[in-house]
Design a protein around this ligand. Structure first.
Ligand code: FAD
Length: 440
């Protein structure tokens, strides 16, 4: 059996490893257009800041490891140009080569959304997506003092922190009134204050053009103009699905590849996993696009099991995420209230502001918002402050099981004064919502 996998990131290498483990005698080929496989773009801000010194440290394993230890036929620097029935055309070593497949996986990931204001190919304007871009940012640092970061999603804020810690003067521009627009304002306002304290953070401003010919000189918004030597574009991402679309694979509403729980696409023998694929959002029960590393790895794993002729289902994900900015943790699992309302759900919410540790110890403020529906099913949790990660871990686990307010209230969370509260913020928020539902 000939297995072809397009993309050697988290999803592609997880799938390849699984197939080879279950079917050592099968021919498993991975085509990856960059020199790197099993890479971790999540570590890019830490490479840019200098905390991670070597770009290769962002690759869990290298090409030789997969070839020699796992017997996977990895073709790095090989770009798949076209997919046909049972074959694909690959550009490698400057030549076009055709390979045959019996089962195929699209693991082509996502890419940064362009700003679309023109002049983006001006030197010094770049987005941070593939790990090579980390190297480029590091090169551009010499000769740069001022950087404009466009977009305040987690990539924008993590890059802003990395660059500001290197002594750059960072201007962060966000067209919305709050950072991280997928959060409700009660939470994102806390991050907004921190961004304004540490950077020149501008909200409600839209970039209209970029100045500079040979090298970027500045960014023009609908309100101001900012001189700079570097621009980081972090305005979102979109799934890489052109190959799949041309091949005739069905795309879902989000634009990513439609899959079932076995990661099969609409075409027999063809699978998709990771950032290029849709999965089920376990909170809404609907198909969703969840471009995050943990689901990508697991989708790849499940695709590999099924491609090997065994049976496994990927249940879906709750879209849980964490980030931080200068020590302020921000996290979310499930839906914000705004997201729930946009789906026509009648919501209840409680926001608690309290210490996340025992009151007699210093530090530890947290603001946590819990959103539920009128039947008492919890839809999402968001938080900012200190001790956020453990609450989001707990919330993600409970949401994964479709838990109710009662579950959130009674869950037996551990108590230790420097770490937590007897009445934990999650528990208090659930109790506050009980009152709205007339629970004694
Ligand atoms: P990718 O890792 O993008 O791999 C896809 C691969 O396909 C790429 O190597 C690409 O070169 C290759 N490819 C595409 N087209 C072709 C072709 N035609 N031929 C050959 N090869 C091709 N997620 C988190 O959960 N937590 C985080 O903290 C986090 N931080 C992040 C920070 C940054 C700066 C970025 C950019 C992303 C971050 N993510 C984070 C997202 C996470 O990196 C992705 O969800 C994950 O990498 C997806 O894995 P994937 O295998 O689906 O796609």
């Amino acid at each position: 059996m000939r297995i072809a996998i397009i993309g050697g990131g988290a999803a592609g290498m997880s799938a390849a490893s699984r197939v080879k483990k279950l079917r050592p005698e099968w021919d498993v080929k991975v085509f990856e257009k960059s020199p790197y496989v099993s890479h971790a773009p999540c570590g890019l801000p830490f490479f840019v800041s200098g905390f991670v010194r070597n770009l290769l440290d962002l690759c869990t394993y290298d090409v030789e490891f997969f070839r020699e230890q796992r017997g996977i036929d990895v073709h790095a620097r090989s770009e798949v140009l076209e997919v046909g029935d049972g074959h694909l055309d690959v550009l490698e070593g400057g030549k076009e080569v055709s390979y045959e497949w019996d089962r195929l996986l699209f693991a082509t990931g996502a890419r940064a959304t362009p700003l679309n204001v023109g002049c983006e190919d001006v030197e010094g304007v770049l987005s941070v997506h593939y790990i090579e871009s980390g190297e480029r940012v590091r090169q551009l640092l010499s000769g740069s003092e001022r950087v404009v970061v466009v977009g305040s999603g987690y990539v924008g804020i993590e890059m802003s922190e990395a660059l500001s810690k290197l002594g750059m003067r960072v201007t962060l521009i966000e067209r919305e009134r709050h950072p991280m627009p997928e959060f409700d304002p009660e939470i994102s306002v806390i991050l907004k204050r921190k961004l304004e304290e540490k950077l020149d953070a501008r909200f409600g401003e839209k970039v209209v053009s970029i100045r500079g010919k040979d090298r970027v000189e500045g960014v023009v918004t609908d309100k101001n103009e900012y001189d700079c030597e570097m621009v980081i574009v972090a305005v979102g991402e979109e799934p890489n699905v052109e190959l799949a679309r041309r091949f005739g694979v069905k795309l879902g509403k989000s634009g990513a590849i439609e899959t079932n729980a076995r990661m099969q696409t609409s075409v027999k023998g063809v699978y998709a996993a990771g950032d290029c694929a849709e999965t089920i959002n376990l909170v809404t029960g609907e198909s969703d696009w969840i471009p995050l590393a943990a689901p990508a790895n697991k989708m790849g794993y499940v695709a590999g099991v099924n491609m090997a002729g065994k049976d496994m289902e990927f249940p879906g994900a709750v879209k849980s995420m964490l980030t931080s900015f200068y020590g302020l943790e921000i996290g979310k699992a499930g839906l914000s209230e705004r997201e729930a309302k946009s789906k026509g759900i009648d919501t209840l919410s409680a926001t608690v502001r309290m210490k996340s540790t025992a009151t007699y110890l210093p530090d530890g403020d947290i603001t946590l918002k819990l959103v539920a529906d009128r039947d008492g099913k919890v839809l999402g949790v968001q938080a900012a402050g200190m001790g956020v990660s453990k609450r989001i871990y707990a919330a993600a686990s409970l949401l994964f099981k479709g838990s109710s307010l009662k579950d959130f209230f009674f869950v037996d969370l551990p108590y230790y004064p420097p770490q937590s509260r007897v009445w934990d913020p999650l528990v208090v928020a659930a109790r506050n919502l009980f009152r709205k539902l007339d629970v004694p």
